[in-house]
Design a protein. Structure first.
Length: 164
């Protein structure tokens, strides 16, 4: 039973991180710390951006949960919160940096309606080059309207050749 609770903590934390991401992106990255996030909205030739410091900030938060959950015996659940944050961080890196922004040229020909919706929502977010008037601040949970658009722009499938 304890393992199910720990798995539940990891999954709940992972899902709640989408809310944390939305709030952080809207009110901190597009607010108080715009100076770190601004270069992400403006193209540059540099591989690293000041925006990458947010990775370090969230890694520090995750490590704090790991350490607290490991060395404070009554707070062992915090270790599993750290796992959830870390897994979300991996998902964020994979989706945002690899898939959407193509920092590494992988998955360039993916044609899945969820991934099309995800790219469209992120493109809409990046059409704003300043910190005001932003939209689509989340990462993995995409507003329904982008799913509808993604389904409409579905590429026609090649017809299977008949067997001879």
């Amino acid at each position: 039973m304890n393992i199910l609770i720990n798995i539940g903590i990891v999954l709940l934390t992972f899902c709640l991180m989408e809310c944390v991401t939305w709030l952080t992106h809207k009110y901190i990255m597009h607010g108080l710390f715009w100076n770190l996030h601004e270069d992400h909205h403006n193209k540059s030739d540099h591989f690293f951006e000041k925006n990458d410091y947010f990775f370090v900030i969230f890694a520090f938060i995750s490590m704090t949960f790991f350490v607290t959950g490991t060395f404070v015996t009554d707070l062992g659940f915090m270790f599993y919160i750290g796992i959830g944050i870390t897994l979300y961080g991996f998902a964020y890196f994979f989706v945002h940096d690899i898939f959407i922004h193509q920092r590494f040229k992988l998955f360039t020909r993916t044609d899945n309606f969820y991934f099309r919706a995800l790219r469209k929502a992120h493109k809409v977010h990046h059409k704003h080059l300043n910190k005001e008037e932003g939209e689509c601040f989340g990462m993995l949970f995409v507003p329904l309207r982008y799913f509808r658009e993604a389904i409409k722009m579905k590429k026609p499938q090649k017809q299977d050749l008949p067997l001879t």
